[in-house]
Design a protein around this ligand. Structure first.
Ligand code: BTN
Length: 239
């Protein structure tokens, strides 16, 4: 595994998009601070210097790149399992690519790429940040807030554990796309929630029943099941 670290960079995703031709499959790039960190739908991903894990890694294997939806969910699962291994409870995956703890977002994942050349997986995982702005779209949390009495918690420690986990997973992957089916059934944050999803200019509102074997989300509306493979999802909270 190759790892490059920058004290400051525009965005680790953008770096890999610029440099992919000169870099190997599974090259990891991390940064202490990003001047132009971004999330899904061109939103800003802001993070205080040296508080959180900001990194991206490169996938150049065509057989992986073409399974975009799985790559997205699998990364969410790997982060989710990593948090459970640290001892955090109530971790779940929010389709298509976020990780939540007790209803609060702890990690976001952004995939960018160019088929069939490369895919960049960018992950922002909150580690040491204790205060978050009130105006975030979703309430946020971090590892330190979930594990307050853990003197051994460090950004470098988390970085090397998570990089090793991801690298080992893909280095041993035998293209069994069903490996996380069971995990996704039991860690689906949206399960039974009422959601509205915007997909191809169409709004579907209904109840989430499952994430299927192709990593689509299944939504039940008026007794009918709708299969959605991408889109912006919003939870309808009833008070
Ligand atoms: C989201 O929740 O919308 C996804 C957030 C992804 C943020 C990470 S931080 C490292 C990498 N570099 C970026 O500019 N974005 C991703």
């Amino acid at each position: 595994m190759k790892h490059l670290h920058f004290e400051e960079i525009d965005s680790t995703n953008t770096y890999l998009k610029r440099e992919y031709q000169n870099l190997d499959n599974l090259t990891f790039v991390s940064a202490s601070y990003q001047t132009n960190g971004h999330g899904r739908n061109a939103r800003v991903w802001d993070s205080i210097k040296d508080k959180n894990l900001l990194f991206s890694y490169l996938i150049k294997e065509t057989k992986l790149i073409e399974n975009y939806s799985h790559i997205s969910m699998f990364n969410a699962v790997l982060v989710s399992q990593f948090l459970e291994e640290l001892g955090i409870k109530n971790v779940s995956v929010k389709w298509p690519n976020d990780v939540y703890v007790c209803g609060k977002k702890i990690a976001g994942i952004l995939l960018e790429g160019e088929y069939p050349n490369y895919l960049v997986v960018g992950i922002g995982l909150n580690i040491l940040q204790e205060l978050f702005p009130n105006d975030l779209r979703h309430p946020a949390t971090s590892i330190v807030l979930e594990l307050p009495n853990n003197p051994d918690l460090s950004l470098n420690g988390c970085r090397s554990l998570l990089f090793n986990k991801i690298n080992t997973f893909w280095s041993n992957f035998n293209y069994d796309w069903s490996v996380f089916d069971e995990y996704l059934k039991t860690h689906n944050y949206l399960l039974n929630k009422e959601v509205r999803i915007k997909n191809n200019n169409e709004n579907i509102q209904g109840t989430v029943v499952e994430i299927d074997a192709s990593c689509n989300i299944l939504i039940k509306k008026d007794g009918k099941i709708y299969t959605v493979n991408t889109g912006e999802i919003e939870i309808i909270w009833t008070l």
